[in-house]
Design a protein around this ligand. Structure first.
Ligand code: PHE
Ligand code: ZN
Length: 879
């Protein structure tokens, strides 16, 4: 098929070469103007490799190059050439000072990469390759340099001028302009550069490090949002303390700045001492943020803070190593959050995320190892695989080496690599060397894509008291990887006796050790056998406790065993897992019955188990809420060969209906008992709110419209308000729904993050006319294709969160999405490439739907001037 653009180029890890030139230092001067900003860069460049005479710099092809001098003399035209993203300086001497002046247009930058404007302020986003939109530079993470940054701007419009490091100078320039100079003492790659100029308020505080240094903490936001920054500030201080306590890591500068901007492609960015955040992960007060939002703010604040050591002090050699910083930092933020409230609920949430997003990625056309071998557009590799599976891989090392062993490995990693740009292999080597461990086979986790599948059978021999587990593993084929070797993974096992107690036993065959949470078995082969002796009766195995490896399991456990575990397992994760398993099994049976037009039967055993959960709910309401939350429609779809879009929806509604009716008195009681008169954010209060709002869902399933209406009217916080809206948007009481949505809009018209929720909830409705509503909302005055949060709220929620309506068999949902993607791609390719993802797994659907999805993908591929971001995703999905 003819493409109007040249076929984008693929970059390979195997082609990595060390940089030919180092940059010793760079001085940047920004002359910020409303129409065009001039950037003057002065850098000292030193040759590193004899056989590379030319200096190649990266730069946006659109960038206006005004002048270029070497050691004070303008370079003649014959010494420079520009092709695509590269500027080549021929016959560069062994060292020299380059002065380059460019003009850029931040006011027109809709990609939100490089220097751009958000809410009238200037800000930057340079990871992964945004710095090349600011000036010409060797824009790769292994070129680390010392930055000095001078910013000049109008004083009234941009009173705040920030960059990395310390402010060493500031003053007036006359004519209403002023300047500031910032110097970062740490060498860093260009992707960690940041600049902000704007009219911002600031919340300030300070932190005393354990060695007694005082660090000034500042959170900058629009003045009216400052009261919503306190939770972020408290989270930051807790994170700083935690990293000292758990890893002995202290902050290294006298100032730590966070700036909140409302136009941002991702969640947040760890620029050295000047984090730039999506407002979504900074602003939180009970009126606009749910309990989940509070937790997310805390997690992301911690994540970016932790990057100061895992990412900034030790960075990545090249972008294939992205998981070096991201997998490790996600692991660190997960552990931090686990230490704040409930470790088991945090684990459940993290596993749910992994299964909902990473497992499908790993099983689809874009499957890649956590350290990819190739890419067309690196922005497409900020994935749940690199981040969340990457974190699981770190977690497995943590499990294999133990808390202290892991800490020894971290210490050695920093000792060896502080100030360097390194590889995933360097990290694993530090873990090995600090522990005398062999992680040779374990390294396959970095190279092999695909979610390993475990098949487990057990055998009990009454006469000898021996119990055998037989665990087989296989790693599925993924694009470009047809041959897979078996992986090394930790498998945490519990053996539970008839009284619900852990059983004592001895491991007589197979590799494993006793562990405080059961047995830590090592899986290394395709075929693994473990034998236990000394058991008085047949144990019920509690498998993969804590989700000790990111795998799927097929086990010979029957339903009664699983319900037994639901009631008795001492490992909370395993309890939840067992209960979910039975729910999934039930739902899949219901799907079959719906399709066959047979009566729908849920099974009294499940109802009884749920009753038990509700009877005991008081002791840990949030955990009961988790147990009683039904698996989502998309996840049920993953369990099927062909996703039965409509039947899944009906089956799930039916199960909820049955559990609502059978347990009605419990739901009414809990709804009452879990209602607090005063609002608070303590873990206990959040926990009770969680169960109350699950009860609300079941009460609504009884056809009780009144409760949701009252719930909305009486809510004094966003968690409750949203819970009510969620119920109303799917319910039968149209008048109540319309009134609540109108009220919500009026109430929060000025609050972007709340209005995002207003868009999202309507897009998530299971009503048959949802697409029509979404189309209308696309033309709402508050909607904009330029704001990623708003796009994700309306379009992202509909396409990735509403399986029933997005996958309507008419194909209209697909057409709607592809039209949006086409438009967004012209503005912001990075965000467009994320929005298109719900279309790519066409092979999972029936021929009619699959054909309609492919038709839209094909149409996108034919779009004139398609970005390489979208091209990479779409073309790979059609291979
Ligand atoms: N590095 C950022 C983070 O994880 C994510 C990010 C990537 C932000 C690319 C912007 C652009 O924490
Ligand atoms: Zn990160």
């Amino acid at each position: 098929m003819p493409l109007d653009h040249a076929q984008p180029q693929t970059i390979f890890l195997k082609d990595y070469e060390a940089p030919a030139f180092a940059v010793e230092s760079i001085a940047l001067c920004f002359d910020l103007r409303e129409k065009g900003t001039r950037v003057l860069s002065t850098m000292t460049v030193v040759r590193q490799s004899e056989n590379m005479p030319n200096l190649v710099l990266d730069g946006d092809p659109q960038m206006d190059l005004l002048s270029i001098k070497l050691d004070g003399t303008p370079l003649p035209a014959g010494r420079i050439s520009r092709a695509g993203e590269q500027l080549t300086i021929k016959d560069m001497p062994a060292s020299g000072v380059l002065e380059i002046e460019v003009e850029i247009e931040p006011q027109n930058n809709a990609r939100l990469e490089g220097l751009y404007k958000s809410g009238g302020n200037f800000c930057t986003q340079c990871e992964a390759q945004g710095f090349r939109n600011i000036t010409f530079f060797p824009d790769r993470p292994d070129v680390m340099t010392r930055f000095t940054v001078r910013i000049e701007a109008d004083k009234a419009a941009y009173p705040v001028l920030l960059s990395n490091g310390n402010r060493i100078e500031q003053g007036d320039l006359g004519a209403g302009r002023h300047f500031a100079v910032w110097e970062d003492p740490f060498k860093k790659p260009a992707y960690l550069f940041a600049l902000v100029a704007g009219d911002l308020g600031v919340l300030s505080d300070q932190f005393t490090t354990r060695s007694g240094r005082t660090v000034a903490l500042h959170i900058y936001a629009k003045a009216r949002d400052l009261p919503k920054c306190q939770h972020a500030m408290d989270s930051l201080k807790r994170a700083m303390r935690w990293d000292e306590e758990v890893y002995g890591l202290e902050y290294d500068l006298d100032i730590y700045n966070i700036v909140a901007v409302s136009d941002f492609n991702m969640g947040a960015m760890e620029n050295k001492s000047l984090n730039i955040f999506n407002t979504k992960y900074v602003l939180a007060d009970p009126q606009i943020a749910t309990d989940t939002d509070f937790d997310n703010v805390e997690g992301v604040i911690a994540h970016e803070y932790f990057h100061n050591w895992t990412g900034n002090r030790v960075t990545c050699r090249d972008w294939f190593q992205l998981s070096l910083k991201e997998g490790l930092t996600v692991f660190r933020d997960q552990e931090y959050s686990a230490d704040q409230a409930s470790r088991s609920i945090k684990r459940i949430h993290d596993v749910k995320t992994l299964r909902a997003f990473q497992f499908p990625e790993d099983a689809g056309p874009l499957a890649h190892p956590i350290r990819p071998d190739s890419y067309i557009e690196i922005n497409n590799f900020y994935t749940v695989t690199v981040y969340n599976k990457g974190a699981e891989v770190i977690r497995m090392m943590h499990r294999l080496l133990g808390v202290e062993g892991f800490r020894r490995g971290m210490d050695l990693y920093f000792q060896r690599h502080d100030g360097q740009a390194v590889t995933c292999d360097d990290f694993v080597a530090a873990m090995e060397d600090a522990n005398g461990a062999d992680l040779g086979q374990f390294r396959l986790w970095y190279a092999q894509a695909g979610t390993p599948e475990l098949t487990i059978e057990d055998h009990w021999e009454e006469s000898t008291g021996r119990y055998e587990l037989h665990i087989k593993q296989s790693v599925p084929q993924t694009p470009g990887q047809t041959e897979k070797a078996p992986m090394h993974m930790p498998f945490l096992l519990g053996l539970i006796g008839p009284n619900g107690q852990e059983m004592d036993a001895e491991l007589v065959a197979g590799e494993g050790t006793r562990h405080d949470a059961g047995w830590l078995l090592h899986i290394r082969q395709s075929d693994n056998r473990y034998q236990f002796s000394g058991l008085g009766s047949r144990p019920i195995p509690s498998l993969l406790r804590g989700f000790s490896a990111p795998v799927t399991i097929k086990a010979s456990l029957n339903r009664a065993d699983k319900l037994f575990l639901t009631a008795h397992d001492s490992d909370p994760f395993a309890r939840w897992e067992a209960c979910q398993d039975v729910m999934i099994e039930t739902l899949l049976d219901l799907v079959k019955a719906v399709d066959a037009g047979q009566p729908l039967d849920v099974g009294q055993d499940l109802i009884d188990a749920c009753e038990k959960i509700l009877e005991d709910a008081q002791s840990d309401p949030a955990f009961a809420a988790e147990l009683m939350t039904l698996p989502g429609e998309a996840y049920i779809g993953q369990m099927m060969d062909v996703v039965a879009v409509d039947a899944i929806h009906h089956a799930r509604i039916h199960l909820r209906h049955v559990l609502a009716h059978a347990l009605e008195s419990h739901w009414r009681r809990l709804y009452r008992e879990m209602t607090d008169t005063v609002f608070g954010l303590s873990p206990e209060q959040k926990s009770r709110r969680a169960l109350k709002n699950v009860a609300l869902i079941y009460l609504a399933a009884l056809g009780d419209n009144e409760t949701a209406r009252t719930h909305y009217a009486q809510s004094n916080n966003m968690t409750d308000r949203l819970a009510a809206l969620q119920v109303l948007v799917n319910g039968s009481d149209d008048a109540a729904r319309d009134a609540a949505f109108a009220d919500f809009y009026d109430r929060f018209e000025m609050e972007d993050l709340a209005i995002d929720k207003w868009f999202a909830l309507q897009a998530l409705s299971d009503k048959p006319d949802t697409l029509k509503t979404v189309r209308t909302l696309r033309n709402h005055s508050a909607f904009s294709l330029r704001n990623p949060n708003r796009l994700r709220a309306l379009v992202g929620s509909f396409a990735s969160g509403n399986q029933l309506r997005f996958h309507a068999v008419s194909g209209e949902g697909y057409a709607f999405l592809s039209d949006i993607v086409k438009h967004v791609d012209q503005l912001n390719p990075q965000t467009a490439a994320r929005l298109v993802l719900p279309l790519i797994r066409h092979e999972r659907y029936d021929p009619v739907r699959a054909g309609l999805m492919r038709k839209q993908l094909q149409a996108l591929l034919n779009v004139d001037g398609l970005s390489k971001d979208v091209y990479e995703i779409v073309s790979k999905s059609l291979m």
